[in-house]
Design a protein around this ligand. Structure first.
Ligand code: NDP
Length: 294
């Protein structure tokens, strides 16, 4: 039996169109154009592609987009100065600093300097804490996109066993926290987990956020489970080129799972879409207005 493919193109298009309608409504009703600034430090090729895609999506949704590029040699103080300027700019409602940062720049110091109200990546400890205790918060885009897809596919997630493989601050931990908020019974697995295949086999929802190509095999998956593959790994092909694969061995998993996200074409597209949604939310909260229902 072959799993249902959870098509990120369809889900992300819906989120992006909704954000575009909300922006149009904000302009018409309040004269408000949400603005998103993306800061890129250095020339990492993957980061350049991500930043370009984010800028394009922002403009397409009718928002203001600002891109700030600093050299790979930029000092921490230079990056902090840009963040402070954006914090003070009333036309900018969302600030995203593309990670990773070069080694001379302390990532935590930079994330901590972003105004939590403009923290559309949801990485500031204030937002992490608020989300954890159930207060309104900016929620990290990738886990938010995963939850939206899971709820569309499964409806109510209450009582389901969810296993998140990976415990990073940007994916694994917030993902687990959101699943808990949805009343799942959550297990977080990581590199020290004993008998990971057995842990995964207990999952009704399996989220892979590891960064190891095709690590999760078909026989680790409970028949009928919903599999969300966050991993983006570039591996060499025989012709010398490269291709993208996830953390899940798709060819095996698709025969066992009930539903699965592909890589590419799954979670990655939702991440950009949720960034737009978060920018709309941030702009509305800063202006003290309701997020428009459209
Ligand atoms: P990190 O490297 O920060 O975290 C990886 C996690 O996987 C760690 O918690 C680590 O455990 C765990 N891990 C590593 N090896 C194993 C193993 N053999 N068994 C079990 N657990 C293991 O990665 P990120 O969370 O930043 O990213 C994860 C993946 O998601 C990457 O492929 C990344 O490219 C992708 N990604 C995709 C996004 C999207 O939009 N689709 C957005 C962000 C990331 P430990 O903590 O013990 O070291």
């Amino acid at each position: 039996m072959s799993a249902t493919i959870i098509d990120g193109k369809i889900f992300s298009a819906r989120v992006r169109e909704n954000a575009g309608r909300q922006v149009a409504a904000l302009k018409a009703r309040h004269g408000l154009t949400p603005g998103l600034a993306v800061v890129l430090v250095g020339e990492d090729p993957a980061s350049q592609v991500y930043v370009r895609n984010k800028g394009k999506a922002t403009t397409e949704a009718g928002m203001k987009s600002e891109e700030i590029r600093l050299s790979a040699e930029a000092s921490e103080e230079e990056v902090l100065a840009v963040v402070r300027r954006l914090n003070a700019d009333p036309s900018i409602h969302g600030i995203l600093v593309q990670l990773p940062l070069p080694p001379q720049v302390n990532e935590m110091a930079v994330l901590d300097a972003i105004d939590p109200a403009k923290d559309v990546d949801g990485f500031h400890v204030i937002n992490t804490g608020r989300q954890a205790v159930g207060l309104p918060a900016m929620v990290p885009c990738t886990p938010l996109g995963c939850i939206i897809m899971l709820k569309e596919v499964l409806g109510d997630l209450s009582g389901l066993n969810a296993v998140v493989v990976g415990r990073s601050n940007i994916v694994g931990k917030p993902m687990a926290s959101l699943l808990l908020s949805e009343n799942c019974t959550v297990t977080i697995a990581h590199s020290r987990t004993r008998d990971l295949p057995a842990v995964c086999r207990g999952a009704d929802i399996l989220v892979a956020a590891v960064g190891r190509p095709e690590m999760i095999r078909g026989d680790w998956i409970k028949p009928g489970a919903t599999v969300i593959d966050v991993g983006i790994n570039r591996i060499p092909k025989e012709d010398g080129k490269t291709r993208l694969v996830g953390d899940v061995c798709f060819a095996e998993a698709v025969e066992v799972a009930g539903a699965i996200t592909p890589v590419p074409g799954g979670v990655g597209l939702m991440t950009v879409a949720c960034l737009l949604a978060n920018t709309v939310t941030a702009a509305c909260r800063q202006m003290g207005i309701e997020v428009p229902e459209v």
